[in-house]
Design a protein around this ligand. Structure first.
Ligand code: TTP
Ligand code: MG
Length: 360
């Protein structure tokens, strides 16, 4: 049986800001750029009680919480803390899979100090993080990634939760479907439509039904409901795509503007493709409108996309499927994905069928 720990810093960006500015203590605080286009990166727990949350427009956050203090992000500081916590993790194992600056999976089955119980390692890591950074983290301990991550979220903030293999099924049965890895808002709504609200509901559904509705993820969900998650902790991802996107200070509304911006983005994308050596056959156009509604349109061809002569006309073709005549555009993006041959398929995370889900 493997021993997996998931560590996640509590209200990360905003906790760093509170640490460095004690006058914020006890007040509702969010990190983000204040202004009509600003988006909340994260909010502290006081502000969350008012309904303020990540990815929300700052204007909405102010409306929900009139006393909200919005602090500008300081990415260099967050990176520095991220390095500090990764150095701590490295004292226990080299099998570290960072998911973002503040979050990682650790496989401590064979750990460097030879500690028997993973929960002891988790406790030690939490206290060393606090001593080194003056910040709190939550940790989950289990035999697989799915349950370790659920565990770290379970008793936030400053939580520690172990899900033992012999209690796992009971735990999963009671787990809300929203807590399952890969289930975002849209998937949750589709689950509800099928009468699935908990792990037990999911467990009761046949594999055929789940794959019919959720594609490849159907099997993943079927296994999760049974406590099966063999995904390894991997230290390096195989690149699956290269992309580039831009958010505009002023929304784009004319065809001339949009076409000219796509031209710039195509140039930048080509630079990224060259630098990374990535090759793919699918082009995806992403458009986010002024009201934050986002759509994507994709096209796959037989050859690798590696020249502007291929990419730009295809991007313009995809753009024709988008009606922005009454809906100014806030963000444009182009991504190349789908390598012609996948050498390390086993190392890939299962593909999510719903790309709005699981955006961290
Ligand atoms: P999370 O770990 O999702 O959130 P958190 O650490 O702020 O809060 P929690 O206690 O629930 O773990 O994200 C880590 C950081 O990533 C977060 O502090 C800010 C940043 N972030 C964004 O910039 N935008 C987002 O939409 C999200 C979710 C996070
Ligand atoms: Mg966090």
């Amino acid at each position: 049986m493997r021993k997996i720990i998931h560590v996640d810093m509590d209200a990360f960006f905003v906790s760093v800001e509170e640490r460095d500015n004690p006058s914020l203590a006890g007040k509702p605080v969010a990190v983000g750029f204040d202004g009509p286009r600003g988006v909340v990166s994260t909010a502290n727990y006081v502000a969350r009680r008012y309904g303020v949350h990540s990815a929300q427009a700052v204007s909405t956050a102010h409306r929900l919480c009139p006393n909200l203090i919005v602090v500008e992000p300081h990415f260099a500081k967050y990176k520095a803390v991220s390095m500090q916590i990764r150095n701590i993790f490295a004292d226990y194992t080299d099998l570290i899979e960072p998911l973002s600056l503040d979050e990682a999976y650790l496989d401590v089955t064979d750990n460097k100090p030879g500690i028997e119980l993973a929960v002891d390692i988790a406790r030690e890591i939490k206290s060393r993080i606090r001593a080194t950074t003056q910040l709190t983290a939550s940790a989950g301990v289990s035999y697989c990634k799915f349950l370790a991550k659920v565990g770290s979220d379970y008793r936030k903030p400053d939580g520690l939760c172990t899900i033992h293999p012999d209690r796992a099924q009971e735990f999963i049965d009671r787990l809300k479907i929203e807590r399952f890895w890969g289930v975002g808002e849209k998937t949750a709504a589709r689950m509800h439509a099928l009468g699935i609200h908990t792990g037990a509901d999911l467990h009761a559904k046949p594999l055929s039904l789940l794959t019919a509705h959720f594609g490849k993820m159907g099997k993943v969900f079927y296994n999760f409901a049974r406590g099966i998650d063999e995904r390894p902790v991997v230290t390096e991802w195989v690149r699956k795509s290269a992309g580039c996107e831009r958010t505009y200070a002023t929304d784009l509304s004319t065809q001339t503007e949009v076409v000219s911006e796509l031209d710039h983005i195509a140039d930048e994308l080509l630079g990224r493709l060259e630098r990374s050596g990535f090759e793919g056959t699918t082009l995806t156009l992403k458009v986010k409108f002024h009201d934050f509604v986002q759509i994507t349109r994709s096209f796959t061809q037989a050859d690798v996309l590696n020249s502007k002569e291929q990419i730009l006309p295809m991007a313009l073709q995809l753009l024709r499927e988008v009606d922005y005549s009454h809906r100014p555009i806030r963000l444009l993006g182009l991504t190349v994905s789908n390598p012609p041959h996948e050498p390390h398929a086993a190392l890939h995370e299962p593909t999510l069928f719903d790309d709005d889900d699981l955006l961290l």
